[in-house]
Write a protein that binds this ligand. Sequence first.
Ligand code: NPW
Ligand code: ADP
Ligand code: K
Length: 501
Amino acid sequence: MFPQAQPIYPVSGIRTIEARVGAQAQPTLMERAGRASAEEAVRLTQDRAGQVLIACGPGNNGGDGFVMARRLLQAGRPVTVAFADDPAKLPPDAAAALAAWRAAGGETVSDFPAAPANGWALVVDALFGIGLRRPVSGRYATWIDALNAQPAPRLAIDIPSGLDADTGRVLGTVFHATATLTFLALKPGLLTLDGPDIAGVVHLHRLDIDPAAWLAPMGMQIQPGLVRQLMKSRLQNTHKGCYGDVGIVGGARGMTGAALLAGRAALKLGTGRVLIGLVDDAGPAVDFNQAELMLQRPEDVLEQANVLALGPGLGRSTAAAALVEQAARSNKPIILDADALNLVAASEVLKSLIAAREAPTLMTPHPGEAGRLLGTDTANVQADRVASTLKIAGSYQALVVLKGSGSVVTYPDGRWLINSTGHPGMASAGMGDVLTGLIASLVAQGWPAESALLAAVHLHGAAADRLAREGIGPIGLTASEVAEASRGVFNGWIVQAGKGR
Ligand SMILES: NC(=O)C1=CN([C@@H]2O[C@H](COP(=O)(O)OP(=O)(O)OC[C@H]3O[C@@H](n4cnc5c(N)ncnc54)[C@H](OP(=O)(O)O)[C@@H]3O)[C@@H](O)[C@H]2O)[C@@H](O)CC1
Ligand SMILES: Nc1ncnc2c1ncn2[C@@H]1O[C@H](COP(=O)(O)OP(=O)(O)O)[C@@H](O)[C@H]1O
Ligand SMILES: [K+]
């Protein structure tokens, strides 16, 4: 759907590809996976002598481990393989891999082995991959705890055992990887919710297969390459009328800053004019720190601006609900955030107005707001972030970003993407307001809504990532700094894309 983006497949997709590539693949996919794993182990242990411990499970993930062990042994690396299941119950490829390991002179131990005197050079989790079906408990949980306790790098094969490949949820006990080598394609669970904390550095090995040639990508990762190809240059002969009028409506008493932050972010990303309608009529008449912003009555902002963003600091008053209704009835693109989403969730009238709109509606819920939009709770939303976001996009006919670790972007036609930028230093008030301003700015500058949403989400995180690299964060990062840094990152992308002036 977007060329140059990295495809993501849930388990059902990986299984389909596996079935289509089929048994005719030579060498077998397991042989390729095991070989790639051995190569990764060699890289990870370049400066660490000693034994590699591989814990193998009862399925094909364990089979990858046996192939890996054989390859390492053949390369002269000492390996200990722990395997406690019944070999007769292994699936055929894994059974063949175990037999080949034994034929090469390898052995298995069925109790978790004591570490050598100088410790393991590397511990490898080949217990469960995408076939994990229930929470890990019993012996496997004990083994995973023991693997996690080793003072050595920890490599997960395909996906850390105990991590749900589709959702990023932890099922029981989980292997905490320092690196994960995943096969064929990325899986959503590595990229969202707990996945990024659990999987460590994720490397993809495609096993010499182009997954998209076998099955159309089911999701995509938002990466720099994808965003760079969306960059546009500006013509010399243009003026501020060419770059849109963003209208931000929000800022009830005590929350004026939220609307101002969104406005500043929109301004710094290149919007022609930014209008702000503060709901608090005792609010300031000018932003002395950003005098370019035009503070006007909210009703007038809704009339004059051509892209409307409602929500930052909006509150849930009757007046606020009337403003959301006015915006929903307009034929302008609207971005709904924060309390604008809560007001929509609480009103059947607003819900049907939104779903029937012809101009684009973009929604930026965090998991709590998403829960309200779906009539459920936060935990239910987080249990499957991709599915929840798709549900909102479908019911509201909106473009949606579900924010948080691994933000999920979806469109009403069922396409979805997972963002790869951002960090927990962004968990601070005002960050969402800045994102709203960035999205509104790109839409106002004429970007198609779907590109504007994914680019703004990526930019927001990339700006925060750059600041963290410079020591401004992760801890203590402020939303104002992210707005400021977004400008620099965006201009850099334009230059990198060869679209600078
Ligand atoms: N796809 C590909 O193209 C390629 C796939 N490859 C590799 O295959 C992996 C998938 O293999 P897989 O399907 O055999 O599943 P896997 O993850 O080994 O686990 C299944 C076993 O675990 C068991 N089990 C499950 N949950 C459990 C629990 N909580 N506690 C205890 N047991 C539990 C389950 O038992 P059951 O539920 O059937 O009772 C079954 O025995 C994949 O991740 C990759 O590494 C590569 O070789 C090459 C290319
Ligand atoms: N752990 C994290 N990893 C990546 N991004 C994060 C993380 N925590 C927060 N963010 C980002 O910061 C922003 C916070 O938005 P939101 O929760 O609406 O806060 P607020 O509106 O109070 O500023 C979102 O874009 C979210 O994706
Ligand atoms: K694993």
